[in-house]
Each structure stands twice: as C-alpha cells, then as structure tokens.
Design a protein around this ligand. Structure first.
Ligand SMILES: Nc1ncnc2c1ncn2[C@@H]1O[C@H](COP(=O)(O)OP(=O)(O)OP(=O)(O)O)[C@@H](O)[C@H]1O
Length: 744
C-alpha cells in the first residue's frame, strides 16, 4: 500500500466536505420543517386543545422537533467548546461480498454521526451512532471485518472537515480506496485535554462498544484500572440506553452519580454533546433535595457516618422526643383533670411510632393520647370522652408542639449534643466514636455546611421520619388559644402560643427554599429549604462506585428500587476502608437482578511513563491491583523535585513546575495538593490565565489534565482515608506530563 500524498488527502477531504455540506443543508431544512410543524402544532393546540391530527403526524412532528433540538444543542456545545467535533464523524466503506462471487462489487458507503439525518427521499445521509447499522463502525476489526473495508474518522471543526484518519480492515485496500493517517485513536489520545471531558463517539473501541450496547436490564458492571475509559464508556451507555428505549428512560429518568461537584462539572458536557440533556447528574453530596454538601469529614468521622452500625443510632434518634417539646400534659376535658407525665407520653410515642412515620402521624398521636387519657377517667362514655379530648383546644395546642413535624436535618443535629450522642450511640459504636460523631456535627453547626457523609444520614432519617408536611392549619382562631386561662397549669407553658402565626409549625424553616435569602446564622443555613423524598429513576449510573460507603449505597438504593444499573469502579482506587461491608450494601441495593460485567484493560489516559510511576506505588500497597496497559509513549519521565517542608519553598517549587509545564503542554494543568499547603499555593496557581486549577486529592477523582503537579505525596497518604489508594488516584490524573514535589 502506498502512502497517501498531500494531494490525495486534500481530494479525500473535499469529497467528505461535500457530503458534510449536504448533511447540514438537509438538517437546516429539517429544522425549518420542525419549526413550521411546531408552530402549526401550537396554533392547532390553541384552537382545539385536544387536537384531531392523526397520531402518526404527531409522532413525526415530535421526531423532527427532537432532531432540531438535538441539533441546536450539539451545535451550541461544539461552539462553546471549540472542539474538533461535528455532526458527522465517521464513514464506513463496506463490501457486501459481490466480488468474491465473481459479480460486480457490492459496495456501500455509510456515514455515522451524532444523530440520524435523511434526505427528501428519506434516504439516510447519516446514521445515528447508536443505531444497529452503525455498530460495524465500532465492532469491525481486521480479524472480523464485518464487511468493512475501510473505517474513516472525520475530524470536523463545526461544519468544516479538517482531517481524516483511516483504519483498514482488510490486508489490501482496493485500488480506489485511499488510506490516510495512522489511525484515529492515537491521534485522539495525543491531543491536548480541555477543561471538560469530551465524548469519544468517533473512536469508541470494540470492547468499549460491547459495554455501551449491553442490554439495559439488571446490573452492568464496568471495571478496570485508572484511565481505562470506564467513565466515558458509561456515559455513552447512558446515551445509548436513551436511544434504544427512549420512552422508558426519558420518562423514568436516568441518574448519573459521581464522587464530587468537580466531577459533575467535568463530565457535564459529554451527554449534551451527544444530544442528550435529559439525564440528571448529581454528586453524592447533592443527591438529596434540600441539602448540598461539598465538605469532607476527617477520615474517622466519615468512617463512622458511612458504616451500617450508624443505622441503629438513627433508628433510636428517630424515636427520640423532640428536645424542646413539652413533656407534661395537664388538661381538663369533660370535667376531668388529665395528667400525662413523661413516661406515659413516651409510651404513647413508642406505640404510635411502631406503626407510623412520625411526620404523618399527628392524628394517630392525638388518638393514642386520648386513649392514654381515658385510662385515667373513671366515668362517662368512652367515645364521647375521646371526641372531646381530641377536640380540646389545649390538647391540640399541646400536641402541635409535642408531635410537630420534624426535619431530618434538625433531628440529625440533636446528635451534636455530646450527652445525646453518648446516650444513643455509646453502646452501639463505642463512647469514643459517639464523641467524634457529636463533634463532627458541632463542626457543621459552626461552619453552617453539611459534610458529604451527612447527606446519607439525612436521607436515612428522612425515610424513617416520613415526608415533612405542614400540619393542617388550626381551625380555631388565634384568640381562643391565647385566651386559655393560665395555659401553664396545663403543662403548656412552653408553647409559643400565638407567636408563630406566620411561621411554620416546625422550628426548622420550611418552604421550598426557592428565593430564600442565605442566612448569616450557620444553623439557619443548615436548615434552609426543605428535604425532599427520594426521586426514583429507571436507570442509575454510579461512577467511582468503589468509594461509596454502605450508607451511601442505601441512599442510592432508595432511588433505584426499580432501576437497572450501570456501576463503574476500580477497587484499587478506593478511599473507603471497609470494602466488604460496602459490597454487601451494594448487593442489597441491586436486589436479585441479573449481573453482567465488562473489564477494561487499556489505559487511554496516562502516558506510559506516568502510569509506570504510579504502578510502582500501588503494587507496594495493593499487590493484586487491576493494572491496565498504557498504550502511549511520550519518552518523558515524570519529574521528581525535593522541597523543604516550608510554605514559601513549596509555593516556589510549584511555581517553577507550573512555568515549565505551561510551556510543555497546550491545555489544562492541575496542582493536586493536600489541605495543609493550600494557603501557600493560592497565589502561584492563580497565574497562567485560568489554565491551572488547585484541587484537593479526593476531588481529583475521575478527572484528568494534560499535566499535574502532585504536592507532598506523603501528606496525601496521611490526610486521606484509604491513604495510598488516594495517592494512586492522584498519580494517574495526568495525560502527558507530571511533576511530583517530595516535601520534607
Ligand atoms: N476510545 C477512546 N477514544 C478516545 N479517548 C478515549 C477512549 N477511551 C477512553 N478515552 C479517554 O481516556 C481518558 C480516560 O477515560 P475515563 O476518564 O473514562 O477513564 P476511567 O477508567 O474512568 O478513569 P479513572 O478510573 O482513572 O477515573 C479520557 O480522556 C477518555 O476520553
């Protein structure tokens, strides 16, 4: 096979450009048609809301509309990212075998793109990459060409074809097929990384495609070492599932969960770039409506909060009396003096909670109180008494405080009191752990922010307490209550009767949180908005699954009770200390559904020299770690620099490393540093026009940059839960260059 000349390449590009132009022309027509149909549809809807159009027509309108929307979304993304991406990215030259049978060659050209486009005669100009007809683009290999002679990747910038890369699937190309380039994959991997992850539709590899197109049902597990494309494959799988069963997954919802806010920001463009923007992306700290957490607890506190033993503590907590609620009821009902003291009230509470969620059992609580009161009465009709009791204004006033709805966040904060924590948790998790729990919640109260691990506890408590609802508004007027003669004698002195008419019944602020001003009071900030119940999804995709604590698995399980799952992870990168317990909780979340797994073995991210450096470290600590093959050489080893343990010296060395790396790579750079050096590094990392980010080790999970400066590996091990595994994560974030500052 002869090398393609420059003229050959220019000619081939011109051919492709002509096709791409045609596609965009047809698409523009489709957009116009869709707008017309849409406008007509709107007009029709206004005159006849039910519509009389035939369903096929409506379906077609929906189809065009979607294509138009998808097109504008992908166009917007492309222009935003200045990526070398376009609508059409692939071409297949197929031979259906006529030649072998001595007939005319039966050739076919198929273009593959981000969505399907047809011409006026309904002939396909481009096939959606997810359609079965596009599968050979990803599945063909020289060993099993599946009829493909040549696979061509088009590199486009917007509507302009700027390059082509071919892979030949047969030993000898037919004379009329020019073959250009060294293959699209290496070209893609060598390119510089942007701030955000990009899709890989043009260069999905065969084994990745198998995971992407695996059946939807059950649990699909994708494992593999660092940089093996697990995340990107899983995201393409989400897009594929939406294509394959749009009705189910668009209406049921697809949830993608990742480890941090930095991660969700990093991947957020991939699905819109593929034309899908109906997927919900959340970090584990942002999974529960009404609470957002980005702060990480110290390892011991995170371990206590993540482990299943905390469940019993929460179970007790959910049954606790409200600390500031009245604990004595003294009322006159039907001429009878009733007195219910703390033990009697506790019995009533336990009895109600045996069968009801606390927040939805006001009426049941009132009834049980009435029964308890009746036990003290020795005359009259029972039913009459119970009615009078339940109708009594001062009983109701008491009950509204004693059994007010409680917000799960407020309840969790009861554990900030060391005595409460010790009383409820001491025998279950040990006195020392109970102390750590209390002080970590005090930290929340001081900072006004929740930790990521708190979110799963809030969710667990919310499930136990039931949805927070306002009590029905009081039927009697304000004055009737205020006019009670000396309310204190009835044990209602603690009531703020009449004070809170414009405030919610619960002391926790309610409302939907929208438009609320941010309070300066940390406790108010912790309790602002309202915790919502678990939204359920048809598919849940979990990335960095190895890091989820058992309690976090339970939180996910509530959102995926009927879902199929895609689960992505690498045990060697885990920052969670007790894998066994976590695996058990994960199994519980999945239930008995079918499992299939895909194992990725090629590291597409790291240059070989960088990955080998990381490999040496992880083999010391995790001898059986899942080590992939790094396929790309740069000939440049990572640079190690020894730095004295002094803030100014660390900053200076970081600054020098950044100067050098900014010259060597074109794209993004990260300084990954443990907390202790952050105050020293702000200034040096602020240079270089936003190309450099400063990030903590745990937040670097799942992310990548062209180059990294890894500051103080020993401190990273010491500061992080799962120490060496977190350092392994950190050392595998760079695509092209890495500098390691050994401090001390
Ligand atoms: N087929 C492919 N074509 C081009 N790039 C690819 C391909 N597969 C993976 N990559 C790239 O390799 C890099 C690593 O991918 P990804 O982040 O999905 O790996 P990962 O296995 O999730 O990594 P980690 O576990 O270390 O976070 C990304 O830049 C991704 O775009």
């Amino acid at each position: 096979m002869t090398e393609a000349t420059e003229d050959d390449v220019a000619r081939e590009i011109a051919v492709e450009q002509a096709h791409v132009d045609r596609v965009y022309t047809e698409l523009a027509k489709a957009v116009d048609r869709a707008q017309l149909v849409h406008a007509e549809g709107m007009a029709r809807g206004q005159t006849d809301r039910r519509g009389t159009g035939d369903p096929r027509e409506e379906e077609m309108a929906g189809l065009f509309e979607r294509d138009a929307l998808v097109f504008s979304a992908s166009r917007r993304t492309a222009s935003l990212q200045h990526q070398h991406e376009g609508l059409v990215f692939g071409r297949l030259d197929l031979d259906h075998g006529g030649q072998q049978q001595g007939q005319e060659p039966d050739r076919e050209v198929r273009y593959v793109g981000r969505l399907g486009v047809r011409d006026d005669d309904y002939e396909p100009l481009v096939i959606d990459w997810r359609a079965p007809a596009a599968a050979p683009f990803y599945r063909a290999t020289p060993v099993d060409p599946q009829g493909v002679l040549r696979r061509r990747v088009l590199r486009c910038q917007g509507e302009l074809v700027i390059g082509i890369e071919d892979d030949l699937m047969v030993t000898e190309a037919p004379d009329d097929l020019v073959v250009v380039g060294d293959g699209a994959l290496i070209a893609a991997l060598t390119r510089s990384r942007g701030q955000r992850m990009r899709d890989i539709v043009a260069t999905i590899q065969q084994h990745q495609d198998e995971a992407i197109r695996a059946a939807a049902r059950g649990v699909t597990e994708i494992t593999g070492g660092p940089g093996t494309g697990k995340t990107v494959v899983a995201l393409h799988r989400a897009a594929y599932l939406l294509y394959a069963d749009r009705r189910r997954f668009e209406s049921g919802g697809v949830l993608v969960v990742g480890p941090s806010a930095a991660y969700t920001a990093y991947i957020e463009r991939v699905l819109p770039g593929l034309g899908e923007d109906s997927v919900v992306l959340r970090s584990v700290g942002d999974l529960v409506g009404g609470i957002t957490a980005t702060r990480n607890d110290p390892p011991e506190a995170a371990a206590i909060k993540g482990s299943l033993a905390i469940r019993q503590v929460l179970s007790r907590l959910a049954r606790e009396p409200i600390p500031d609620a009245p604990d004595l009821l003294r009322v006159f009902v039907a001429g009878q003096a009733i007195r219910l003291e703390a033990p009697a009230l506790a019995r009533v509470r336990r009895s109600v909670l045996r069968h009801h969620h606390r927040n939805s059992s006001f009426d049941a609580a009132l009834r049980e109180l009435a029964e308890a009161a009746w036990a003290q009465v020795h005359e009259g009709e029972k039913d009459e008494f119970l009615d009078k009791f339940e109708d009594s204004t001062d009983v109701e006033a008491f009950a509204r405080q004693w059994w007010r709805p409680v917000d799960s966040r407020e309840v969790l904060l009861w554990l900030a009191d060391p005595d409460t924590a010790r009383r409820l948790a001491g025998d279950l998790i040990g006195e020392a752990s109970a102390g750590i729990l209390a002080s970590s919640l005090q930290t929340a109260l001081e900072a006004g922010t929740w930790s990521v691990a708190d979110v799963a506890l809030v969710d667990d408590l919310a499930a136990r307490l039931g949805q927070m609802v306002d009590l029905p508004s009081e039927e009697r007027g304000f004055y009737e209550i205020e006019e009670l003669e000396d309310a204190s004698q009835y044990g209602t002195s603690a009531l703020r009767v009449g004070l809170d008419r414009d405030e919610p019944i619960a002391s926790a602020p309610s409302g939907d949180g929208s438009g609320q001003r941010i309070s300066t009071d940390p406790r108010q900030r912790l309790l602002s908005g309202r915790v919502t119940g678990a939204d359920e999804y048809a598919h849940v995709l979990v990335d960095e699954a190895q890091d989820l604590s058992p309690m976090q698995w339970r939180m996910l399980g509530r959102r995926g009770r009927w879902a199929s799952w895609t689960v992505v992870g690498d045990a060697a990168q885990s920052s969670w200390p007790d894998m066994e317990e976590s695996l058990a909780a994960r199994e519980e979340a999945f239930g008995s559904s079918v499992r299939r797994s895909f194992h990725m073995t090629t590291n597409y991210r790291n240059a070989r020299e960088i990955f080998e450096y990381a490999e040496v470290l992880i083999r010391q600590y995790v001898p059986d770690a899942d080590i992939p093959d790094a396929v790309r050489d740069t000939g440049v080893e990572p640079v190690e620099v020894a730095v004295p343990a002094d803030g100014a010296a660390v900053a200076a060395a970081t600054g020098e490393a950044l100067e050098r790396l900014a010259d060597e790579v074109a794209g993004s750079i990260a300084v990954i540093a443990p907390q202790r050096w952050w105050s020293d590094l702000g200034e040096v990392t602020g240079r270089h026009d936003g190309r450099v980010v400063l990030i903590d080790p745990l937040s670097s999970k799942g992310l990548e940059w062209d180059a990294t400066v890894v500051v103080d590996p020993e401190a990273i091990i010491a500061e992080s839960p799962g120490g060496p595994r977190v350092l392994y994560v950190v050392l595998t974030r760079a695509a092209h260059r890495m500098t390691v500052l050994q401090v001390g």
